[in-house]
Design a protein around this ligand. Structure first.
Ligand SMILES: Nc1ncnc2c1ncn2[C@@H]1O[C@H](COP(=O)(O)OP(=O)(O)OP(=O)(O)O)[C@@H](O)[C@H]1O
Ligand SMILES: [Mg+2]
Length: 250
């Protein structure tokens, strides 16, 4: 079943076409990778899905309901949560309080009392592996833990669809592998996930399917093997170096 579909999505900023006439879809329960060079329009696409900007053209449907034109808080309540590429914790608050905010504004908005939101936050922090850090201030965390907190805040909204924007940037290999395991665990809970990432080790480790943006246009969409061996994708993004690496590791 298709959970999210974008039809002919265009997003312009003044004269710049950040996304040009892109069709995309996510099937329920899949992990879809979104890759492409810097400035390709990946974060803009998350922003358009999440309602930060309405698309300039086209429409987005979540579970067959039109969501384009709705506000971020409305889309959040419907069951879509996102992380921010530049992490955005509330600095004066603890890890637990930061996560509890998500629980107050997600699909259960209005249902959780502050006490329940705190309990939910504790459960989520346990799940993402931040239980021992929950009383620290967000700005005391390492990069890897801050990225986990971004994920925790999104999960606390109890979404069906999670949009992850470079949650592995700045992590070392061991931390990347742990993040890949966490993303799989999130999917095992029945959630659908969009993963934006430049780290091919992570994309290969976690995605069922990949689509590729380049200058705001979709240049490929298919299985991990097909897309990573696609000549246009190699030319636009992966480069010859990657092709050699892929051949060596095969
Ligand atoms: N609010 C904005 N106003 C004007 N231009 C913007 C805005 N947001 C993004 N852009 C432009 O849109 C284009 C796409 O940017 P976007 O951040 O979506 O790229 P990206 O694929 O996420 O890149 P990266 O891999 O570096 O994160 C870029 O040219 C960027 O400068
Ligand atoms: Mg980006």
């Amino acid at each position: 079943m298709t959970i999210l579909a974008g039809k002919n999505i265009t997003k312009r900023f003044a004269g710049l076409v950040a996304i040009g006439a892109v069709d995309f879809h996510l099937e329920q329960g899949e992990i879809l990778g979104l890759i492409g060079p810097n400035g390709a329009g990946k974060t803009t696409l998350i922003n358009v899905i999440a309602g930060v900007y309405p698309p300039s053209e086209g429409d987005i449907f979540f579970k067959n309901k039109k969501i384009s034109g709705k506000k971020p808080f409305q889309i959040g309540r419907m069951g879509i949560a996102r992380t921010f590429q530049v992490v955005k914790p509330f600095p004066g608050m603890t890890v637990k309080e930061n996560t509890a905010v998500g629980a107050m504004y997600g699909t259960a908005a209005g249902r959780h009392s502050p006490r329940e939101a705190i309990a939910k936050a504790e459960e989520i922090l346990e799940f993402v592996g931040l239980a021992e850090q929950m009383n620290k201030h967000a700005d005391q965390l390492t990069v890897a833990s801050r990225k986990r907190l971004e994920i925790a805040k999104a999960l606390a909204m109890e979404p069906e669809l999670v949009l992850l924007d470079e949650v592995m940037a700045g992590l070392n290999f061991a931390e990347i592998d742990q993040a890949v395991e966490l993303i799989k665990k999130i999917r095992d809970q029945g959630k659908t996930i969009l993963v934006i990432e430049h780290i091919m080790r992570a994309i290969k480790g976690v995605c069922d399917r990949i689509f590729v943006l380049h200058h705001g246009r979709k240049i490929a969409d298919g299985s991990v093997t097909d897309v990573l061996n696609n000549d246009e994708v190699i030319k636009a993004y992966l480069g010859k170096r990657y092709k050699k690496l892929a051949a060596n590791s095969a």
